[in-house]
Design a protein around this ligand. Sequence first.
Ligand SMILES: Cc1cc2nc3c(=O)[nH]c(=O)nc-3n(C[C@H](O)[C@H](O)[C@H](O)COP(=O)(O)OP(=O)(O)OC[C@H]3O[C@@H](n4cnc5c(N)ncnc54)[C@H](O)[C@@H]3O)c2cc1C
Length: 185
Amino acid sequence: MQPFTLTEARDNKGAINILASNKNAKVIAGGTNLLDLMKMYVERPEQLIDINGLDFKRIEVLPGGGIRIGALVTNTDLAYHPAIIKQYPVLSEAVLAGASAQLRNMATTGGNKDREELEEVKRKTENEKKNFEGYGSADEIKKNYLSNVRSKAAAKVNGQLKKLGLPTMPEHKDEFMELCNKLGV
Ligand SMILES: Cc1cc2nc3c(=O)[nH]c(=O)nc-3n(C[C@H](O)[C@H](O)[C@H](O)COP(=O)(O)OP(=O)(O)OC[C@H]3O[C@@H](n4cnc5c(N)ncnc54)[C@H](O)[C@@H]3O)c2cc1C
Protein backbone atom coordinates (compact mmCIF):
# COMPACT_ATOMS: atom_id res chain seq x y z
CA MET A 1 0.00 0.00 0.00
CA GLN A 2 1.28 3.48 -0.68
CA PRO A 3 1.18 6.10 2.11
CA PHE A 4 -2.00 8.14 2.46
CA THR A 5 -3.49 10.62 4.90
CA LEU A 6 -6.73 10.00 6.74
CA THR A 7 -9.09 12.86 7.51
CA GLU A 8 -12.30 12.55 9.48
CA ALA A 9 -15.08 14.55 7.85
CA ARG A 10 -16.96 16.63 10.39
CA ASP A 11 -19.67 17.79 8.00
CA ASN A 12 -20.82 17.24 4.40
CA LYS A 13 -19.35 20.53 3.21
CA GLY A 14 -15.92 19.66 4.61
CA ALA A 15 -15.91 16.29 2.83
CA ILE A 16 -17.04 17.86 -0.45
CA ASN A 17 -14.38 20.59 -0.20
CA ILE A 18 -11.60 18.02 0.21
CA LEU A 19 -12.93 15.97 -2.71
CA ALA A 20 -13.14 19.08 -4.87
CA SER A 21 -9.62 20.25 -4.01
CA ASN A 22 -7.80 16.92 -4.33
CA LYS A 23 -8.58 14.66 -7.27
CA ASN A 24 -6.64 11.86 -5.56
CA ALA A 25 -8.86 11.94 -2.48
CA LYS A 26 -11.48 9.27 -1.86
CA VAL A 27 -14.13 8.77 0.76
CA ILE A 28 -14.02 5.66 2.92
CA ALA A 29 -17.04 4.20 4.69
CA GLY A 30 -16.81 0.56 5.88
CA GLY A 31 -13.59 0.01 3.95
CA THR A 32 -14.57 -3.57 3.01
CA ASN A 33 -14.02 -2.89 -0.66
CA LEU A 34 -11.65 0.05 -0.84
CA LEU A 35 -8.95 -1.30 1.50
CA ASP A 36 -8.57 -4.51 -0.53
CA LEU A 37 -8.30 -2.46 -3.71
CA MET A 38 -5.64 -0.29 -2.09
CA LYS A 39 -3.67 -3.32 -0.93
CA MET A 40 -3.68 -4.59 -4.52
CA TYR A 41 -2.68 -1.12 -5.87
CA VAL A 42 -5.88 -0.96 -7.89
CA GLU A 43 -6.82 2.18 -5.98
CA ARG A 44 -4.06 4.61 -4.92
CA PRO A 45 -5.70 7.53 -3.12
CA GLU A 46 -3.42 10.11 -1.49
CA GLN A 47 -6.07 11.08 0.98
CA LEU A 48 -8.92 9.17 2.56
CA ILE A 49 -11.89 11.00 3.99
CA ASP A 50 -13.60 9.00 6.71
CA ILE A 51 -17.30 9.85 6.38
CA ASN A 52 -18.56 7.63 9.19
CA GLY A 53 -19.30 10.64 11.39
CA LEU A 54 -21.78 12.10 8.88
CA ASP A 55 -25.52 11.92 9.23
CA PHE A 56 -26.35 9.32 6.57
CA LYS A 57 -27.23 6.38 8.78
CA ARG A 58 -31.00 6.67 8.65
CA ILE A 59 -33.65 4.62 6.89
CA GLU A 60 -36.73 6.77 6.42
CA VAL A 61 -40.20 5.64 5.39
CA LEU A 62 -41.50 8.34 3.05
CA PRO A 63 -45.10 9.61 3.01
CA GLY A 64 -45.67 8.38 -0.56
CA GLY A 65 -44.82 4.80 0.43
CA GLY A 66 -41.16 4.71 -0.63
CA ILE A 67 -38.10 4.38 1.55
CA ARG A 68 -35.00 6.58 1.69
CA ILE A 69 -31.85 4.68 2.61
CA GLY A 70 -28.89 6.67 3.91
CA ALA A 71 -25.52 6.07 2.24
CA LEU A 72 -23.96 5.00 5.57
CA VAL A 73 -26.63 2.44 6.44
CA THR A 74 -24.82 -0.87 6.88
CA ASN A 75 -25.96 -4.01 5.11
CA THR A 76 -26.92 -5.50 8.50
CA ASP A 77 -29.06 -2.52 9.50
CA LEU A 78 -30.66 -2.52 6.05
CA ALA A 79 -31.48 -6.23 6.04
CA TYR A 80 -33.02 -6.22 9.53
CA HIS A 81 -34.93 -2.94 9.32
CA PRO A 82 -38.65 -3.67 9.95
CA ALA A 83 -39.81 -1.48 7.03
CA ILE A 84 -37.43 -3.22 4.61
CA ILE A 85 -38.51 -6.67 5.80
CA LYS A 86 -42.17 -5.66 5.38
CA GLN A 87 -42.05 -3.67 2.13
CA TYR A 88 -38.96 -5.08 0.40
CA PRO A 89 -38.39 -8.62 1.74
CA VAL A 90 -36.42 -9.64 -1.36
CA LEU A 91 -33.94 -6.83 -0.75
CA SER A 92 -33.47 -8.02 2.83
CA GLU A 93 -32.94 -11.62 1.65
CA ALA A 94 -30.53 -10.53 -1.09
CA VAL A 95 -28.39 -8.55 1.34
CA LEU A 96 -28.31 -11.44 3.81
CA ALA A 97 -27.26 -13.80 1.02
CA GLY A 98 -24.12 -11.74 0.42
CA ALA A 99 -20.73 -11.75 2.17
CA SER A 100 -20.49 -12.69 5.88
CA ALA A 101 -22.04 -11.26 9.05
CA GLN A 102 -18.79 -9.44 9.92
CA LEU A 103 -18.60 -7.84 6.47
CA ARG A 104 -22.29 -6.94 6.46
CA ASN A 105 -21.77 -5.13 9.79
CA MET A 106 -19.19 -2.86 8.13
CA ALA A 107 -20.31 -2.66 4.49
CA THR A 108 -22.47 0.33 3.65
CA THR A 109 -25.07 1.02 1.01
CA GLY A 110 -23.12 4.01 -0.37
CA GLY A 111 -19.95 1.94 -0.71
CA ASN A 112 -21.79 -0.60 -2.79
CA LYS A 113 -22.65 1.87 -5.49
CA ASP A 114 -19.68 3.50 -7.06
CA ARG A 115 -22.08 4.83 -9.63
CA GLU A 116 -19.53 6.37 -11.95
CA GLU A 117 -17.72 3.07 -12.34
CA LEU A 118 -20.93 1.13 -12.81
CA GLU A 119 -22.08 3.62 -15.47
CA GLU A 120 -18.74 3.29 -17.24
CA VAL A 121 -18.96 -0.52 -17.27
CA LYS A 122 -22.56 -0.31 -18.47
CA ARG A 123 -21.56 2.04 -21.30
CA LYS A 124 -18.70 -0.19 -22.39
CA THR A 125 -20.83 -3.32 -22.15
CA GLU A 126 -23.49 -1.67 -24.32
CA ASN A 127 -20.80 -0.83 -26.91
CA GLU A 128 -19.58 -4.43 -26.85
CA LYS A 129 -23.15 -5.65 -27.26
CA LYS A 130 -23.50 -3.54 -30.41
CA ASN A 131 -20.54 -5.43 -31.89
CA PHE A 132 -22.58 -8.61 -31.72
CA GLU A 133 -25.64 -7.21 -33.45
CA GLY A 134 -26.32 -8.13 -37.04
CA TYR A 135 -24.16 -11.25 -37.27
CA GLY A 136 -25.38 -13.69 -39.88
CA SER A 137 -24.66 -17.02 -38.22
CA ALA A 138 -23.76 -18.77 -34.99
CA ASP A 139 -20.30 -19.50 -36.45
CA GLU A 140 -19.78 -15.79 -36.98
CA ILE A 141 -20.83 -15.02 -33.38
CA LYS A 142 -18.37 -17.62 -32.08
CA LYS A 143 -15.54 -16.28 -34.26
CA ASN A 144 -16.19 -12.70 -33.19
CA TYR A 145 -16.57 -13.63 -29.53
CA LEU A 146 -13.19 -15.35 -29.55
CA SER A 147 -11.47 -12.38 -31.15
CA ASN A 148 -13.35 -9.86 -28.97
CA VAL A 149 -12.53 -11.63 -25.74
CA ARG A 150 -8.85 -10.90 -26.36
CA SER A 151 -9.32 -7.36 -27.68
CA LYS A 152 -7.95 -4.20 -26.03
CA ALA A 153 -11.50 -2.95 -25.45
CA ALA A 154 -12.40 -6.21 -23.68
CA ALA A 155 -9.28 -5.99 -21.51
CA LYS A 156 -10.41 -2.56 -20.37
CA VAL A 157 -13.95 -3.75 -19.59
CA ASN A 158 -12.55 -6.82 -17.82
CA GLY A 159 -10.32 -4.62 -15.66
CA GLN A 160 -13.35 -2.65 -14.57
CA LEU A 161 -15.49 -5.75 -13.97
CA LYS A 162 -12.71 -7.21 -11.84
CA LYS A 163 -12.42 -4.00 -9.87
CA LEU A 164 -16.11 -4.22 -9.09
CA GLY A 165 -15.79 -7.88 -8.08
CA LEU A 166 -17.87 -9.06 -11.05
CA PRO A 167 -17.10 -12.04 -13.33
CA THR A 168 -14.93 -11.13 -16.32
CA MET A 169 -15.44 -12.17 -19.96
CA PRO A 170 -12.63 -14.79 -19.96
CA GLU A 171 -14.26 -16.33 -16.90
CA HIS A 172 -17.32 -17.02 -19.04
CA LYS A 173 -15.29 -18.40 -21.92
CA ASP A 174 -15.48 -22.07 -20.83
CA GLU A 175 -19.22 -21.77 -20.37
CA PHE A 176 -19.53 -20.18 -23.83
CA MET A 177 -17.42 -22.87 -25.50
CA GLU A 178 -19.40 -25.59 -23.75
CA LEU A 179 -22.59 -24.09 -25.12
CA CYS A 180 -21.08 -23.92 -28.64
CA ASN A 181 -20.12 -27.59 -28.41
CA LYS A 182 -23.58 -28.52 -27.19
CA LEU A 183 -25.14 -26.64 -30.12
CA GLY A 184 -22.64 -28.09 -32.58
CA VAL A 185 -21.23 -24.67 -33.57
C1 LIG B 1 -15.28 -11.20 1.18
C2 LIG B 1 -16.18 -10.12 0.58
C3 LIG B 1 -17.46 -10.46 0.19
C4 LIG B 1 -18.29 -9.50 -0.38
N1 LIG B 1 -19.55 -9.88 -0.76
C5 LIG B 1 -20.36 -8.98 -1.34
C6 LIG B 1 -21.66 -9.38 -1.76
O1 LIG B 1 -22.07 -10.52 -1.59
N2 LIG B 1 -22.43 -8.46 -2.37
C7 LIG B 1 -22.00 -7.18 -2.58
O2 LIG B 1 -22.73 -6.37 -3.14
N3 LIG B 1 -20.77 -6.77 -2.18
C8 LIG B 1 -19.96 -7.64 -1.57
N4 LIG B 1 -18.69 -7.25 -1.18
C9 LIG B 1 -18.23 -5.89 -1.53
C10 LIG B 1 -18.34 -4.82 -0.42
O3 LIG B 1 -18.31 -5.37 0.85
C11 LIG B 1 -19.63 -4.03 -0.60
O4 LIG B 1 -19.65 -3.48 -1.90
C12 LIG B 1 -19.79 -2.92 0.45
O5 LIG B 1 -21.12 -2.45 0.41
C13 LIG B 1 -18.85 -1.77 0.28
O6 LIG B 1 -19.17 -0.80 1.26
P1 LIG B 1 -18.07 -0.11 2.16
O7 LIG B 1 -18.79 0.86 3.04
O8 LIG B 1 -17.21 -1.10 2.84
O9 LIG B 1 -17.26 0.65 1.02
P2 LIG B 1 -15.76 1.19 1.03
O10 LIG B 1 -14.83 0.05 0.89
O11 LIG B 1 -15.55 2.12 2.18
O12 LIG B 1 -15.81 2.04 -0.32
C14 LIG B 1 -16.03 1.42 -1.59
C15 LIG B 1 -16.07 2.51 -2.69
O13 LIG B 1 -17.24 3.33 -2.56
C16 LIG B 1 -16.87 4.69 -2.35
N5 LIG B 1 -17.84 5.20 -1.36
C17 LIG B 1 -18.04 4.75 -0.09
N6 LIG B 1 -19.07 5.41 0.48
C18 LIG B 1 -19.49 6.31 -0.45
C19 LIG B 1 -20.51 7.31 -0.47
N7 LIG B 1 -21.31 7.53 0.58
N8 LIG B 1 -20.68 8.05 -1.59
C20 LIG B 1 -19.88 7.84 -2.69
N9 LIG B 1 -18.90 6.91 -2.73
C21 LIG B 1 -18.71 6.16 -1.62
C22 LIG B 1 -15.42 4.66 -1.84
O14 LIG B 1 -14.72 5.86 -2.13
C23 LIG B 1 -14.88 3.47 -2.62
O15 LIG B 1 -14.57 3.85 -3.95
C24 LIG B 1 -17.84 -8.17 -0.57
C25 LIG B 1 -16.55 -7.82 -0.14
C26 LIG B 1 -15.73 -8.78 0.44
C27 LIG B 1 -14.35 -8.37 0.90
